[in-house]
Design a protein around this ligand. Structure first.
Ligand SMILES: NC(=O)c1ccc[n+]([C@@H]2O[C@H](COP(=O)([O-])OP(=O)(O)OC[C@H]3O[C@@H](n4cnc5c(N)ncnc54)[C@H](O)[C@@H]3O)[C@@H](O)[C@H]2O)c1
Ligand SMILES: [Zn+2]
Length: 367
């Protein structure tokens, strides 16, 4: 696999018939947001939804670009972090949109990490039954995963992402320069989602990560551009095959059956999403080996890469019943049984329903 060029713009298409859109990836793109919107035919009012940290860092760059292109930006700032993903904050955004007299043709920009993308995307999905929105992801998790695919929503105290809608963006603008200010912990958390793509769909990407993890931890431009573009290609192709997650798209939930349960058990405070996914992948691969889907070598190779990325891998102290109970609240449950994405090889997974007895046997005997 030849490295994806870093100087020119990378463009990835998400082919979804009349909902098709483009992902554009280039350093400095943030300063051209206004022009990109004009190219799509938008004009007039633009809502910029962002959080308190990004309001200082990048919102001024985006609004300046919008004004230069003749737009009228209206910024809406929410609290930072997972705890903003609530109906209360959706309501704050909707109130602002209504007060500023946004209409069906008005556009909304989600400037931030996955939390902002999910929250603002959901507000865009329900305001006057749907207004167009554009994703401008600023974390690695958001650039490689959450900004693509149209899943939007918020958490409920009972479970993560329980309230939501499918609403595709009409454009995704990725400026890898924004990653320079990302806290180290958030950067590493994003690498977990990239490792996930290697595990579920691309053995070459997995091997690339094994070779380049040192450079990635130093955030070298070439490898960073490569993993973003490759991850977007994989996500776009999976979403194009199964937009509403009836089948193939579920492979993207690898590591998330256990991961989401751990996030909920920690009340979204102790582990950030990518860390929970890293632990989830390590545990789900171990489970897969226990059930007989993959070899110990697959578990060991993945475990080593997770460790190299500086990500957590061990289950935090948790009882079987708490963990199993939390897994029941996930959306990935059918007739009381959660399903689990099990690796067979590096780059290939199967989706299997999970029996309580089997999961308990693994939990009690795990290494
Ligand atoms: N919709 C999907 O398909 C999908 C996929 C994966 C994850 N998600 C969701 O995404 C969320 C996690 O997103 P996340 O990991 O991006 O976390 P996040 O959105 O909470 O951002 C993490 C923190 O980094 C800060 N930040 C963001 N960009 C920054 C930058 N460039 N410089 C400095 N600070 C910056 C934010 O203010 C925040 O405090 C979870 O809620 C998860 O469920 C959704
Ligand atoms: Zn995820």
């Amino acid at each position: 696999m030849s490295p994806i060029a870093q100087t020119e713009e990378n463009r990835v298409q998400v082919p979804l018939a009349e909902r098709s859109y483009e992902i554009r990836i280039r350093r400095g793109l943030l300063r051209e947001v206004g022009r990109c919107l004009s190219d799509l035919g938008f004009s007039g009012k633009v809502a910029v939804v962002t959080d308190r940290s990004l309001a200082k860092l990048y919102e001024p760059i985006v609004t300046k670009s919008l004004k230069t292109s003749g737009f009228e930006p209206h910024t809406i700032v929410v609290r930072a972090g997972e705890r903003a993903k609530t109906l209360r904050w959706v309501s704050v955004i909707l109130d602002e949109l209504a007060r500023a007299r946004f209409e069906r043709g008005s556009v909304l920009l989600a400037l931030g990490g996955g939390v902002i993308g999910d929250l603002a995307g959901f507000a865009a999905a329900v305001f006057v039954r749907g207004i167009p929105f554009i994703q401008i992801p600023t974390t690695l998790v958001a650039q490689v995963d959450s900004s693509v695919g149209g899943k939007t929503g918020v958490n409920h105290p009972v479970g993560k992402n329980l309230i939501g809608a499918f609403h595709q963006p009409c454009l995704v603008l990725i400026d890898p320069e924004t990653l320079n200010t990302l806290p180290r912990r958030e950067w590493k958390a994003g690498l977990a989602e990239v490792i996930k793509y290697g595990m579920i769909a691309d053995a070459e990407l997995f091997a690339y990560l094994e070779r380049q993890m040192g450079a990635l931890l130093k955030m070298e431009e070439g490898p960073v551009a490569h993993i973003i573009a490759r991850s977007c290609q994989i996500k776009a192709s999976v979403v194009a095959e199964d937009e509403r997650e009836s089948d193939r798209r579920r492979i993207l939930n690898y590591g998330h059956t256990v991961g989401h349960a751990l996030e909920a058990l920690g009340k979204y405070r102790s582990l950030i999403h990518g860390e929970a996914v890293a632990i989830g992948m390590v545990q789900e691969a171990d489970l897969s080996c226990h059930v007989g889907f993959c070899s110990k070598e697959v578990v060991a190779r993945q475990g080593e890469l997770v460790r190299q990325a500086g990500l957590p891998h061990a289950l935090p102290p948790v009882t079987f019943s708490k963990l199993w109970g939390a897994m029941q609240h996930d959306k990935k449950v059918a007739q009381g049984r959660p399903y689990c994405v099990m690796p067979e090889q590096i780059g290939r997974v199967v989706i299997a329903p999970l029996e309580r007895s089997e999961f308990k046997r693994w939990f009690v005997n795990r290494s």
